[in-house]
Design a protein around this ligand. Structure first.
Ligand code: HEM
Length: 452
C-alpha cells in the first residue's frame, strides 16, 4: 500500500505477487510477457533509463539472482555480484579476448568453420537437407572448448554431442529452478530421500568439474614444459602470470563459464541469421553478391569491409538477441529516479533487449527482418541496441562472437549461395519460435536448410 513501487503502472496483481511473471519465466515466455505489459501500460521504452542502469560506475550492481542462477561451484566474472572481484577478473581476462589477440586464433576458428561447412554438405548428400542448428552448436562449442582447454571437444568430427556438453545441458535445466526457488532446491538437495533429478544434476556437475579441471591442469603443464609450441588459449597468459594471475580454482570457474556463455549464444545467433536470410531471397542475393567480392582465402579482416554483412549480423542480433531477457540490477543505496519514477535503494530493476530492440519509433515494423535499416542508423537506434548488455558487465566475448559470426556467415553463403528453407521432415515456422529463458533457443531445437 505504501511501497513506492506500487505506483508503477502494471496489472493490479503485481502489487501483491510476482507469481505470474515467475510462471512465464519457467515457460520460457517471460521476455514476451514483459514486452506485452510494456506495450499495454508504459507504451514507450526508456532508452535513457536503460543506459543509466548499465553505465560504468553507475552503481547498479548485478543482483543476487546471478549467484543463484550459476551453479554453486561457479563463482565467476559472469555470476559475481562483488565489484572488486569482478574488476580484478575482468582486467586479467579481457586482453586475450581483444580483437588484436584473437587474430592469433583465427586459423583455429577457420579450421573448425571449414569442418562445419563440410559436415553440412555431407549430411545434405544423404539426407537432402542439413540441420544447421546442430552443426552451429557443434562448431561454437568446439571453438570455445579449444580456445579454453587447448583441445577441441571434437563434436564436429564425431557428429554428436560429447558427455561434457550433455552434462552441461542437464545442469542448465535446473538453473531456472535454482534462480526462482532457491530455498526449495536447497531443501530438495538436503532431503534424506534422494530426488533423482537432483542426484543426476549433482553427478553431471561433478563430471563437468572433473573434465574442466583435468583439461586445465593438462594445458597448464604443457605451457610450462613447452611454452613455445603449446596451443595458445584464452588462459595461457594467466598461467604464465604467476602471482599476478588468478589461482587455479578461479581459472577453472572462468573456463567453465566461457564454455556455457560462448557456445549456444553464438550458435543460436548463426542459426537465426542463416534462417532469416534464406527466407528473404532479395536479402540473400545482396549478401551473396557482396561476399563474392571477397578474395580467395579471405581473412576476418577482409570480411570487415563487407557492409551488408555487418547489417545482416546487426539485424539478427536485434531481432534474435541470444540473451534478450531481463538483466537484473540493484538500485543503489539512497534510491534513484528512473524513467520518472522514484525507486528505493535495494529494489531490483531490469532491462531487456527484447523490448529495447522492438521500439517501433526507433525500429519501424520491428518484427520484420530488414538489415537495410542499419544503413543510415540514427544515434538513438545505436543507443537502444544492447545485444551484448552494457557498461562494465558488457559481454567479454563479444569480439570473439562477432569474429565467428562474420567468418562463418561469409563461408556459409559463399559455399551455399542457393540455400533455402525447407518443409522437409515437417520442419516449419513453429520450430523456430524463440523460447526465451535466460538465453533464446528455437523451440524445435532444429533448423533444416536445403543447401542447393
Ligand atoms: C552472439 C553471441 C553472444 C551474445 C549475444 C552474448 C550476450 C551477452 C550478454 C547480453 C551479456 C551480459 C549479461 C548480463 O549483464 O547479465 C554477456 C555477458 C558475458 N558473456 Fe556473452 N554473449 C555472446 C557470446 C559470448 C562468448 C563467445 C563468450 C566467451 C568468452 C561470452 C562470455 C560472456 C561472459 C564471461 C559474460 C559476463 C561478463 C561480465 O559480467 O563481465 N559471451 N554476454
Amino acid at each position: 500500500v505504501r511501497n513506492p513501487l506500487s505506483s508503477i503502472p502494471g496489472p493490479w496483481f503485481t502489487r501483491w505477487t510476482g507469481l505470474v511473471t515467475t510462471y512465464h519465466w519457467l515457460k520460457g515466455n517471460r521476455a514476451k510477457y514483459v514486452h506485452s505489459l510494456h506495450q499495454e501500460y508504459v507504451h514507450v521504452n526508456d532508452v535513457e533509463a536503460a543506459r543509466t542502469i548499465h553505465k560504468v560506475s553507475g552503481g547498479y550492481l548485478k543482483s543476487e539472482w546471478y549467484r543463484r542462477f550459476a551453479p554453486a561451484m561457479n563463482h565467476s566474472v559472469f555470476s559475481t555480484v562483488d565489484p572488486e572481484y569482478h574488476s580484478r577478473h575482468r582486467r586479467l581476462l579481457s586482453s586475450p579476448l581483444s580483437d588484436q589477440s584473437l587474430r592469433s586464433m583465427e586459423a583455429t576458428i577457420r579450421k573448425r568453420i571449414d569442418l562445419a561447412i563440410q559436415s553440412m554438405q555431407e549430411e545434405s548428400k544423404t539426407r537432402g537437407v542439413t540441420d544447421i542448428y546442430k552443426w552451429w552448436i557443434f562448431l561454437a562449442t568446439d571453438v570455445i572448448g579449444e580456445l579454453t582447454f587447448g583441445d577441441s571437444f571434437r563434436m564436429l568430427e564425431q557428429g554428436k554431442k560429447n558427455q561434457y556438453s550433455l552434462d552441461l545441458e542437464k545442469t542448465a535445466k535446473t538453473s531456472s529452478l535454482r534462480a526462482t526457488f532457491p530455498t526449495l532446491v536447497k531443501f530438495a538437495r538436503l532431503s534424506p530421500i534422494p530426488i533423482p533429478v537432483f542426484k543426476e544434476v549433482a553427478n553431471a556437475s561433478q563430471r563437468t568439474f572433473n573434465y574442466a579441471n583435468e583439461s586445465i591442469q593438462r594445458h597448464k603443464r604443457l605451457v610450462a614444459s613447452e611454452p613455445a609450441t603449446s596451443n595458445r588459449t584464452l588462459f595461457t597468459k594467466l598461467f604464465q602470470a604467476g602471482e599476478e594471475g588468478l589461482p587455479d580454482h578461479e581459472i577453472l570457474s572462468e573456463a567453465q563459464t566461457y564454455i556455457v556463455a560462448g557456445s549456444d549464444t553464438t550458435a543460436n545467433t548463426l542459426t537465426y541469421l542463416v534462417w532469416s536470410v534464406c527466407r528473404h531471397p532479395e536479402i540473400k542475393q545482396r549478401l551473396v553478391q557482396e561476399l563474392a567480392t571477397l578474395p580467395e582465402g579471405f581473412s576476418d579482416q577482409d570480411t570487415r569491409s563487407c557492409e551488408f554483412l555487418q547489417y545482416v549480423i546487426q539485424e539478427t542480433l536485434r531481432l534474435f538477441s541470444a540473451a534478450p531477457s531481463a538483466l537484473p540490477r540493484v538500485v543503489p543505496d539512497g534510491g534513484r529516479n528512473l524513467a520518472g519514477y522514484w525507486l528505493p535503494g535495494g529494489a531490483t530493476v531490469s532491462t531487456q533487449a527484447y523490448s529495447l530492440h522492438r521500439d517501433p519509433l526507433l525500429f519501424p515494423e520491428p518484427e520484420s527482418f530488414n538489415p537495410s535499416r542499419w544503413e543510415k542508423a540514427r544515434k538513438e537506434m545505436r543507443d537502444a541496441f544492447m545485444p551484448f548488455g552494457g557498461g562494465s558487465r558488457i559481454c567479454i566475448g563479444l569480439n570473439l562472437a562477432q569474429m565467428e559470426l562474420r567468418i562463418a556467415t561469409a563461408h556459409f553463403f559463399r559455399s551455399f549461395p542457393n540455400a533455402k528453407v525447407t518443409r522437409a521432415e515437417n520442419f516449419g515456422e513453429e520450430d523456430m519460435d524463440p523460447m526465451i529463458y535466460f538465453l533464446l533457443i528455437p523451440k524445435g531445437k532444429r533448423c533444416l536448410i536445403q543447401l542447393s
